[in-house]
Write a protein that binds this ligand. Sequence first.
Ligand SMILES: Nc1ncnc2c1ncn2[C@@H]1O[C@H](COP(=O)(O)OP(=O)(O)OP(=O)(O)O)[C@@H](O)[C@H]1O
Length: 341
Amino acid sequence: MTTPQAARTPVIEVSDLSVRFPSLDSGSEVRAVDGVSFSISQGETLGIIGESGSGKSTIGRTLVGLLEPSDGELVFDGRSSASMSRREWRARRRAFQMIFQDPDAALNPRMTILQSLVEPMKIAGGRSAAEMRDIALESLEKVGLRRDMAQRYRHELSGGQKQRVNIARILPLDPKLVVCDEVVAALDVSIRGEVLNLFREVQKELGLAYAFIAHDISVVAQISDRIAVTYLGRFVELGGTDDIIDRSLHPYTVALLSAEPQPLPPELRHRKRMVLEGDIPSPANPPSGCRFHTRCPWATALCAEKDPEWRELRPGHHVACHHTTPEGLPPQPADRRPPTD
Ligand SMILES: Nc1ncnc2c1ncn2[C@@H]1O[C@H](COP(=O)(O)OP(=O)(O)OP(=O)(O)O)[C@@H](O)[C@H]1O
């Protein structure tokens, strides 16, 4: 579902974003996000994939203002977040919303669904109680739920229904960007497709931009126009979904794709298996040079010494790897190939 990014208005432009946390164990800082740049356009979905701990949620939380950047700049509507007044900041908080993996997270168990739907509108202000009620009920219908669901409580709904309510909650706020953090991961596999379709329909109707975070590539590939692959706080590859899936340029992307559990979705079936050995190193003490070199079958002495440049090897397709070329990676060195069965 690749859509050309050209000529669309960026909703957000992120330059050289870094987010650091104090580390309790090592005394040094955890570089959760370390120099990441991208933009997301109106109506576009940017998928963000990577193993656990690679910085995906930290990027998402920073986009919606739940975390402050340690370095770098976020620009939306041509304005840098650093130069914003309190009023502009509040408007941004409303325009940039987040939906979490846990469908219960934003729903108060003591409130009816109607109260949960009205709550964000109350905070935003400017509408009468009757207006808020009507809008809440309309929003329920927009996400495919009956109006009488409004009188129920959280525990009376299935996971899929709760995630629909979470979408309905943000619709009246007229968001521009929604960060979707593992939004279908907690749902039964049988209803994931339905909920993903709903995300797509809502996007089309409202022209929303999504940052769609997940570690399940087949989910991200179904909904994203472009995909960013994260490793230890950095992007290692960014490109159109078809390019990332069919013409991957980075060894880590190749490994992630080949690690998909069987049976592979049709778009990944031609992939050979490449087993990624070792754990992801600590972001408090990342490896020198290319951060992936400790696990990379293509790694040479150069990779341990020198950080690879972020290069656009094909139009709109960026990668950070010393060895890859516009044609892709060279054959895997024979001495590092996994044994064949
Ligand atoms: N508030 C925090 N304080 C200290 N370290 C943090 C904090 N939040 C995240 N981290 C660390 O930052 C790194 C990136 O975490 P993050 O949650 O962004 O990764 P992720 O890719 O979203 O992982 P997951 O898929 O498990 O959610 C991890 O090493 C994590 O332990």
